[in-house]
Design a binder for this molecule. Structure first.
Ligand code: GNR
Ligand code: NI
Length: 173
């Protein structure tokens, strides 16, 4: 297993449209293991393969909740070739961040609930209704598979502000 560097804006590879997974093999298992290790190290609640430079339709998500002892409990989930079905007409705002746009946050509006269909590491198909942070996070991650970042949902002015702030922070570092 390995922690990979996370691509950051304006890396053009983040605009890649990722391709479907056809082979459910050991190489895929290694990729997913590396994605979890990289996501937990960052730390983040989700990661798309393209964020470590692999243009495949693979996502990992772990929303982690607090256990009774106050310790975080991990709930690792893998989504391969995910699809969104029946997004709700109702939308919700969430203050989103992204490991590829470090330390920047902005409100993004997305459908409140969705149904998701995806494959697991064995290629088995799953379907589930999602809401709350899980619905938001899955939609954020699915955007990465299309080469879209949360800042692409903002007005051009707001997007430029975020990118300018990031540039400034990098120069100061
Ligand atoms: O760690 C992350 N937090 C987050 C917060 C609100 C909405 C989406 C996210 S996903 C992000 C990790 C990431 O960049 N995934 O692509
Ligand atoms: Ni992201």
């Amino acid at each position: 297993m390995a922690i990979h560097p996370i691509l950051e804006v304006p890396d053009p590879r983040l605009k890649t449209v990722s391709t479907r997974v056809e082979a459910f093999d050991d190489e895929l298992r290694t990729l997913v293991a590396d994605m979890f290790e990289t996501m937990y190290d960052a730390p983040g609640i989700g990661l798309a393969a393209i964020q470590i430079g692999v243009p495949k339709r693979v996502l990992v998500i772990d929303l982690q909740h607090e256990g009774e002892d106050g310790e975080p409990v991990r709930t690792p989930r893998v989504f391969i070739n995910p699809e969104i079905l029946d997004p709700s007409n109702e939308h919700t705002l969430y203050n989103e961040g992204c490991l590829s746009v470090p330390d920047q946050y902005a409100e993004v509006e997305r459908p409140s609930t969705i149904r998701a269909r995806w494959q697991d590491l064995d290629g088995k198909v799953h379907e589930e209704a999602m809401d709350g942070l899980m619905a938001t996070c899955l939609q954020h991650e699915m955007d990465h598979l299309e080469g879209v970042l949360f800042i692409d949902h903002l007005s051009r002015l707001k997007r430029q502000m975020v990118l300018k702030k990031l540039e400034k922070l990098r120069k100061a570092a």
